[in-house]
Design a protein around this ligand. Structure first.
Ligand code: C2E
Ligand code: CA
Ligand code: CA
Ligand code: CA
Length: 279
């Protein structure tokens, strides 16, 4: 039990101990994996709704550890975030993304856009711009092919700092997207505060489009609102033809989800792009 109050000791239950232990174990295995550059990335296609064409991909981290097995991002990202490991890991992800874009450019796939996730810590720190500048100098890619995804929660921790950073990122030519749109407490404030390019409608709204009239209304209204602000909309987590049809009817711009493609290893993605019949 954990007791509070002045002069009291705090001690922890076995369950809390186990959680702390797991946390430490994951953290040390993550450092090990990072040092060996043994994290992997998968790519999930993004599709233009009107034509079905693949217009880009989101880069998603994957971790298979020899001792722990496969660990889901939802489990290791929060720990990486809390421990600060997300900063070097995020740098590695950005470098990997630039490398991929350079490869695409060299292989006739220069029109594809690549989206990467930024964590709250990366957005809060000073190092991000320098890091991106260094990578741009190294890889000579077109910055408008790289899209940086930021969640509302990450951005709203320190709105003024984020605002300044996002402006500088946009000056560089990078694209900016709000991830998980609608799940934070300040979605509309975000639109007013920050200059961004795209909104990613959270999967939670998309999955219930057919069954929950409120979600259908929210998704349709979000698309209309985004368009009237000059933003494009990506719908996340599209799994059914009915969801696809709804989004197309409502003039959504793009979609991502298992209906089109699961996240896949990089070589498979290249193959997917090559063999997919382009309508
Ligand atoms: P996210 O950014 O919202 O990424 C989308 C998640 O939805 C991915 O989960 C993807 O596999 C999953 N997904 C895509 N389409 C569908 C669908 O049709 N149905 C369902 N049920 N799920 C779908 P994943 O790869 O497990 O990643 C989870 C979260 O981990 C991401 O959510 C993101 O917040 C975080 N993450 C992943 N990679 C990175 C990274 O490189 N950096 C940071 N900071 N976070 C990352
Ligand atoms: Ca994302
Ligand atoms: Ca998302
Ligand atoms: Ca998410």
């Amino acid at each position: 039990a954990k007791r509070e109050g002045r002069g009291n000791f705090q001690f922890f239950s076995p369950a809390m101990n186990a959680a702390a232990h797991e946390h430490l174990l994951l953290e040390s295995r993550m450092w090990n994996t990072l040092e060996r550059e043994a994290f992997e990335v998968h790519l999930q296609a993004q599709v233009e709704l009107a034509t079905g064409r693949v217009i880009g991909a989101e880069l998603l981290l994957r971790w298979h550890d020899d001792e722990l097995g496969t660990v889901e991002p939802s489990r290791f990202i929060p720990i990486a975030e809390e421990s600060g490991l997300i900063l070097p890991l995020g740098d590695w992800v950005l470098a990997r993304a630039m490398q991929l874009l350079a490869e695409w450019q060299a292989n006739g796939l220069g029109a594809l856009r690549l989206a990467v996730n930024l964590s709250a810590r990366q957005v809060a720190g000073e190092a991000l711009l320098e890091r991106l500048d260094a990578l741009l100098a190294q890889h000579r890619i077109d910055p408008s092919r790289l899209e940086l995804e930021i969640t509302e929660t990450a951005a709203m921790r320190d709105p003024e700092t984020t605002r300044a950073l996002l402006r500088q990122l946009r000056d560089r030519g990078f694209k900016l997207a709000i991830d998980d749109f609608g799940t934070g407490y300040s979605s509309l404030a975000y639109l007013k505060l920050f200059s961004i390019d795209r909104i990613k409608i959270d999967r939670g709204f998309v999955q219930d489009i057919e069954t929950n009239p409120n979600d259908a209304v929210i998704v349709a209204a979000t698309i209309a609102l985004a368009h009237s602000l000059g933003l494009t909309v990506v719908a996340e987590g599209v799994e059914t033809e009915a969801q696809y049809g709804f989004l197309r009817d409502k003039r959504g711009d793009e979609a991502q989800g298992f209906l089109f493609a699961r996240p896949m290893p990089v070589p498979e993605f290249a193959e997917f792009i090559r063999t997919r019949a382009q309508p």
